[in-house]
Design a protein around this ligand. Structure first.
Ligand code: IPT
Length: 960
């Protein structure tokens, strides 16, 4: 005899669900009434899918002793751990892979909400109907209204509507929703993110008057030759379409062609209109634009576009994927202010309001379906649902729910089938359906390298050299692929310090027509605010399987503060290039927009002497068309500044307020030197004197036995001594699965983090104190012969460090410089050099040469997992703790209240506590950063090779 072990069969059913209405276009509001059911709900959590019966759905059920939960929300992020915890895995399923089965331990949240209809809710015989809409529930829900089972659904980030008019009462409606964390749908939702069950998007009751709109499709194309737009709204319910600004008033289904301004991400012109059916007025926002594949390129309104994009997951450090409108707007504003022009909604359709914002502010969107089966890679893709016909209805349901919901957004130019789902018939079926339903957009899917189903060749994390080959169309591939444009749907993995190499990618994107840009991975760190850890990442909730801080790989920190990576990206993709030649006093301005001219920008010049602006003015630049360039004459350099460093800075600023930034916001800039600074020179007049315990030389005192500097002008100093170690970055560590050399691993094996310093000689001569050492790791024959040579003019002190590698060095060095300790009272830092933020050899494009000031604490970049950070590049001089340090040549400067070893050992920022000293690194060079946490390491030109090197610093004491 056998019996069913579960009453909740639908949980493991691969079919899309039952009871829901066909998908349709989503709109925020119309003149029909609606009632938000967001807010506080009752919650009862059980450990399995069928631990409780359905009686809670009955009217009159007493849920008085249940917990409360906020909807939209994830229950695991509420209740201070009482409701379970988040789980982070990248591609591994956190349950045995046996589709469509899910674990018996299946956290299930019974949600209950009792509501009355508002007084003005239409009643009586003409009341019409009503629809209950769920915008997102993870991962599977069954719904009852007033005791009647109205259906169940999967597809976490897709909308589901149910007709409920016949069940509604004026008062005391009981809405019961049973939500299961795991379901067959979980196999389709294996995205690299936290697993977070719950009703995480809005729940809304929509009144549907008789004759109200059902589905409608706004077709609004633009002919760039004639300057005319053609509008046709196909509607399930007949009605009229009006667009007052264009004098349009036509019947649904009829086309009308009129002169219009087109919609582009740069010029997001929207026309307000209305769809008027007998029972409803639905607001429309019409953007006229035509997307096509022509001449092997993605073109909008006749012009090829270049994506300067990001991958955006929905994230909030406290609310997870339950985002409010203001948070969505913050994302869009931050993107626009950082010159980003495109978003891939990795890896699921976002809250629909986000797309409204993209329409309004102007962003190209790749709208991606809620589909990823990445974990099947562990078994060679066996049993992959996308290649199993039983799952195809679910895949088609997901495709339709995305397309139908989002089809009226001009910002959406490309549909993506999903992410990392291998290949299979189900994907082909999705692509065919989408192409058939919407011929006005293109189809994307990265997993399809042969481009059988897609309209573009897309890859992720392709190395620079391969991207160049693709740009040259020398990469081969199927005949179809060779005809198609190329995008990198993911590149430049922004995990921790980095990504490096952005500018090198951008140069390729701009050089080769076939390359239409890319989307940085990713927008935001998915750190979860945590009382003890600051931000939690994978493993911090005791998960049995997890992928650590791989979930923190964004251009903004969890609280949306821009990371240096975002500032770098902003500079690399700036829409105006400003190149100059300081010697002949001209500046070349190039318009790199695809559609806009430069009339929205005002240009300014300033002239700096030793980093201080001495004069500034405006520059008149012609309103260049896209792609055009002009040479513009700068004024005569003001004054005479012999011996000083002089340079021009030219900026392009918004000439007027825009929707996304105020007048004066800087969009692009360029800096170019006129005369270089004279390097510090020092007469070697002072003579080193040996005492019993100390050697003195000018302002400095050294340990007589070791030759180690103790003080300069009375300021206590420990060290300096050679330092080659940096707290390894996520990119130094590389990704475990990579076959490329992972330098952090090799550096540690070699022992670069535990170098021993052997003293060979302390030599006093007439004019110098020379300290000879050998710096080398235990157990190895390689070493660095390191000589510190000290000289002084009686007032200032010069250190020259010579480093000569001995033995066979096969690895680059993490850094090369000296580290010294200063008293903990050192706090303010001033410097002349690159700033305001950190910069490394391949991340330094955005570094502005100027005079800067900061505190030691503000110099730190708060990467969620602590690692090397905060170095300021191209520093001419820096002042800290009463000392002035000049470089010969320029150097890289960092200072922190803990040692690099402590930084290296820390797992969370809260592990870092100030010690009694401030540790200063003066680096001659650092190794590049790259983006090997998921992609290429630094390019060879950014390697710090172990080779004979010499560099100097001049120390002096500031007037106090
Ligand atoms: C790629 C995924 O598409 C993305 O979701 C994310 O996991 C990213 O990598 C790394 O953060 S998958 C690719 C590395 C095989």
């Amino acid at each position: 005899m056998s019996f069913r072990t579960t009453t909740a069969d639908y949980v493991e059913d691969v079919s899309p669900g039952s009871g829901a209405l066909p998908p349709r276009a989503w709109y925020a509001s119309s003149d029909a009434k609606s009632l938000s059911l967001n807010g506080s709900w009752r919650l009862r959590l059980s450990a399995t899918a069928d631990a409780e019966d359905d009686s809670f759905a009955e009217e009159g059920y007493d849920a008085g002793d249940w917990a409360e939960v906020v909807v939209p929300g994830h229950w695991v992020l509420q209740g201070d751990g009482a409701f379970g915890s988040p789980i982070y895995t990248n591609h591994l399923y956190p349950f045995p892979v046996d589709p469509p089965h899910v674990p018996t331990d299946n956290p299930t949240g019974d949600h209950l909400r009792v509501f009355d209809l508002p007084d003005d809710w239409p009643a009586g015989p003409d009341a019409g109907g009503a629809v209950l809409r769920f915008d997102g529930v993870e991962s599977c829900a069954r719904v009852w209204l007033n005791g009647t089972d109205i259906g169940e659904f999967k597809g976490s980030r897709l909308a589901h509507e149910f007709a409920v008019g016949h069940l509604l009462k004026a008062e005391g409606n009981v809405l019961a929703v049973r939500v299961h964390q795991w379901s067959a749908g979980s196999y389709l939702e294996d995205q690299d993110q936290w697993w977070l069950p719950g009703i995480f998007r809005d729940v809304t009751l929509l009144h549907r008057p008789a004759g109200s709109a059902l589905d409608f499709f706004v077709h609004a194309s633009y002919d760039h030759r004639s300057g005319e737009g053609t509008l046709r709204v196909d509607s399930d319910v007949d009605g009229r379409v009006t667009v007052p600004a264009l004098d349009i008033d036509v019947a649904t289904g009829d086309a009308v062609t009129v002169p219009v301004l087109p919609w582009t991400a740069e010029t997001p012109r929207l026309y307000d209109g209305e769809l008027v059916t007998q029972g409803e007025r639905v607001p429309l926002r019409v953007g006229f634009r035509t997307v096509e594949l022509a001449d092997g390129l993605i073109k909008v309104n006749g012009s090829a576009i270049l994506f300067k994009g990001v991958n955006r997951h929905e994230w909030h450090p406290e609310r997870g994927r339950a985002l409010d409108l203001e948070t969505m707007r913050e994302d869009v504003l931050l993107m626009k202010r950082h010159n980003i022009n495109a978003v891939r909604t990795s890896h699921y359709p976002p809250h629909p309001a986000f797309l409204d914002l993209c329409d309004e502010y102007g962003l190209w969107v790749i709208d991606e379906c809620d589909l990823e089966t990445h974990g099947f890679t562990e078994q060679g893709w066996r049993d992959n649902p996308v290649d199993d016909d039983r799952w195809t209805p679910a895949l088609l349901d997901r495709a339709a729910r995305m397309v139908e919901r989002d089809k009226n957004h001009p910002s959406v130019v490309i549909w993506s089938l999903g992410n990392e789902a291998g290949t299979g018939r189900g994907l082909t079926a999705m692509a065919e359906w989408i192409h058939g339903r919407d011929s006005s957009r293109l189809v994307h899917y990265e997993g399809d390298w042969d481009c059988r189903d897609t309209d573009m060749y897309s890859r992720m994390y392709a190395f620079h050299a391969e991207v160049e080959t693709i740009g040259q169309n020398l990469d081969g591939g199927t005949g179809k692929r060779r005809e198609l444009p190329f995008i990198q749907c993911e590149y430049a993995h922004a995990m921790g310090n980095g990504p490096g190499g952005l500018a090198d990618y951008q140069r390729l994107f701009e050089k080769y027509e076939r390359l239409q840009g890319g989307f940085v991975w990713e927008w935001i760190d998915h750190g979860i605010r945590h009382p003890e850890l600051g931000y939690a990442y994978g493993g911090d909730f005791g998960e049995e399987l997890h992928d650590g801080n791989f979930v923190c790989d964004g251009l903004v920190f969890p609280d949306r503060r821009p990371s240096p990576g975002l500032v770098e990206y902003q500079k690399v993709i700036e829409p105006v290039r400003i190149d100059g030649d300081g010697s002949d006093g001209t500046v070349r301005v190039t318009n790199r927009y695809d559609f806009a001219d430069l009339s929205g920008l005002a240009f300014e010049w300033s002239y700096q002497v030793d980093g201080e602006t001495v004069e500034a003015g405006t520059l008149s630049v012609p309103s260049l068309a896209p792609g055009e360039a002009a040479d513009v004459k700068l004024p005569e350099p003001p004054g005479d500044a012999r011996g000083a460093e002089t340079q021009w800075t030219v900026s392009a600023l918004l000439a007027a307020d825009t929707a996304w930034a105020p007048k004066g916001h800087r969009v692009a800039w360029g800096q170019f030197p006129v005369a270089p600074r004279a390097l510090p020179s020092l007469a070697t007049t002072a003579r080193p004197l040996r005492g019993k315990r100390r050697i003195t030389l000018g302002p400095a005192r050294f340990d007589a036995r070791t030759g180690v500097l103790h003080s300069v002008g009375g300021i206590e100093v420990s060290g300096p001594r050679l330092d080659v170690w940096r707290a390894t970055t996520d990119n130094d560590e590389g990704a475990e699965w990579q076959s490329d050399t992972r330098y952090a691993v090799l550096w540690r094996t070699l022992g670069l983090h535990r170098m021993q310093h052997r003293l060979d000689a302390v030599e006093l001569a007439e004019d110098a104190l020379t300290v000879r050492t050998r710096v080398a790791p235990a157990a190895r024959e390689v070493g660095l012969a390191t000589v510190y040579r000290w000289t002084s003019d009686g007032d200032r002190l010069r250190l020259t460090v010579s480093v000569k590698p001995e033995g066979e060095w096969t690895l680059p060095l993490p850094r090369l410089g000296v580290r010294l300790g200063l008293p903990g009272t050192a706090d303010r830092v001033r410097w002349f050099g690159g700033g305001p933020g950190e910069a490394y050899p391949d991340t330094g494009t955005a570094s502005v040469v100027n005079r800067w000031a900061s505190t030691v604490d503000e110099l730190q970049t708060p990467y969620v997992r602590p690692q090397e950070n905060g170095a300021r590049a191209d520093v001419r001089w820096a002042e800290i703790g009463g000392l002035r340090i000049e470089g010969d040549p320029r150097f890289s400067f960092s200072a922190r209240r803990w040692t690099n070893e402590r930084l290296d050992a820390a797992a969370h920022l809260t592990d870092l506590t100030p010690g009694n000293e401030v540790w200063v690194n003066l680096d001659h060079a650092q190794h590049g950063i790259g983006s090997q946490s998921c992609g290429p390491g630094p390019l060879p030109q950014y390697f710090l090779r172990a080779e004979p090197t010499e560099f100097s610093f001049v120390f002096s004491v500031l007037d106090r």
